[in-house]
Each structure stands twice: as C-alpha cells, then as structure tokens.
Design a protein around this ligand. Sequence first.
Ligand SMILES: [Zn+2]
Length: 318
Amino acid sequence: MLLGIDIGGSKIAYALADPAGEILARRRRPTEPTGNPEQDLAGIADDARGLLAQAGVGEGDLLGIGVSVPGPLDIDRGRVVRPPNLAGWEAVPVGKILQTEFGCPVALENDANAAALAEYRFGAGRGCQDLVYLTMSTGVGGGIILGGHLHRGRMGTAGELGHTPVEWPGEPCACGLRGCLEAYLGGVALTRRLRAQVPETSACVALAGSPEAVSTVHWVEAARAGDPWALAEMDRFNHHLAQAIVHLAFSLAPEVVVLGTIPIAAGDALCFDPVRKHVAERIWPHQAPYMKIVPAELGDDLAYRAGLCVALEAIGKD
Ligand SMILES: [Zn+2]
C-alpha cells in the first residue's frame, strides 16, 4: 500500500492506495500549524495511522509514503526548508521523521511538481510523454515532465516557471526579482493590482461592494458579464500567460500544457481560446498542432493524487 500526504497551506489531504493507484481511503482536514513542526508532524502521523486503521491496513503493509509540500525543499536531505504557509517550519527533516515513524521509504516533492506528476499520471496529461503544468493560485507554480519523468534540474529548481520574466525590468516579484510571470498572474499580485486599478464604474466594484474587496473571482465574473475594464485586464493576463507558453514551446516543445486554477475559472472563451490564439501567432505553424493547451482535470482529487504520485517515487516508480 502507498500513503500520500499533501500538506497545503490551508488543508492536509491523506490518501491510501494500492500500487496501481486505486484509492482505498482518504481524509482531509485543516492544516492549522501550531508553530512547532515536531508537534505538527506527530499530528500528521496520528492522522495517517487513523487512515490505515480505517482501511484495515497494517503499518507493515506500507511500501512507501509520499509527501507533497510547498517549497523550497532540500530533496537530497528530505527536508522542508521554509514553506511560506507553515509557520515555524525551518529545515524540517520530514522524510527522516516519517521514515522513523513508519519504517518505510519516504519521498518529498514540492507541491507544483507533485501536481504535475498527478496530472501526467491521472489527469489531463494521461498518455503523453512531455508535459508542462502551470497553476496560478497564490503565486504561480509549475512542473515539467520530460520523457515520462519529472525534470528537477540542478538544485531542483527546474519548473519554477512563475519566475520566467515576461516584462523587463517589470513589476517587483515576491521572490526579489522583477518582471516575473508571478508578478502578473499570481493571485496575490493580481488581486493587489485589481484593487489598485479598478475604476468605480467597473462591475467588479458592484460585485465586491468596494474596490478594496475586489478578488479574482469578482474579476472573472465581471469579465464574463462583458465589463470592459475586466475584459481589458483579462487580455493583459492572457498576453502574459501566452508569452510564458511561447518560451516553453521553443525550449521544451511539450505535447501538453496543463493550466490550473484561474484559467479554469475563466474558461475557454475568456482565457483558453485567446491564449491558444496568441501562442499560435507566435510559434511556427508546424509546431501549433503538436502542443495542446488544456485545463487541468483533477480538481478536488488533485491533492490526493499528488501525494500518491510522490509515494510512487518513494518506491522507485516515478
Ligand atoms: Zn519571481
């Protein structure tokens, strides 16, 4: 049996599955970090034991555990370095602690790489060999699958596509650089811009109640209703997203580019179709038919599948 654990900023998801990926039991609860990582991990181990008991599986039947967690990570040492949403977690040897608890191999992966693996194995990338995954939540996360394997690169920083420059020098990014994709498409940066720029006459303000309350949800809804300002901002979003995908087309030539979160909320007419059109105009005509730009498919299942895909790495089946 394999155990997948996805430690998110707001929720922790656990899934127990057989090696073929058939899920036997799952559980989700709020993360609620205590500020003490040892205590948090003891709680996670208790939850995992509860899940094993629920499925009638003994600890001795665990082949491997996979943990998907926000980066940065020290993969070689099995350590979580300093995730932004987990207070007090600093160089925490998650791999070693869980290995001691359960006596089986434990693999660690950053959440965006784990999500890329999950979409590749179980979602929108099934059957392809070369995939790029891009998700726009708080920031912009990415993961690259090449030849059927996760590509980590030197120091594990491959796939940090949120920090590809799309303007030069551009807006400041939370990472310290300027002009990064994340400074335009990441939820935090985007919300800040929407609130600062929204005119009182935009439907965004009517939907939110005030400019300070405007969120990406109001923005997408206003764009869908035809609000001109929201549509102009959507054009800007699509333009930056297309730029990043054009870079990927020439550097990696993926078969599939899988987009999560905001593009899915916006849908085909507002986001996917314009992005496909912008990209097709900026790559060679013979490339376009070989690169699909599609929505992520796993939805609520993503967290469970992400942890389990990392567990497959733990037993050497990535
Ligand atoms: Zn950046």
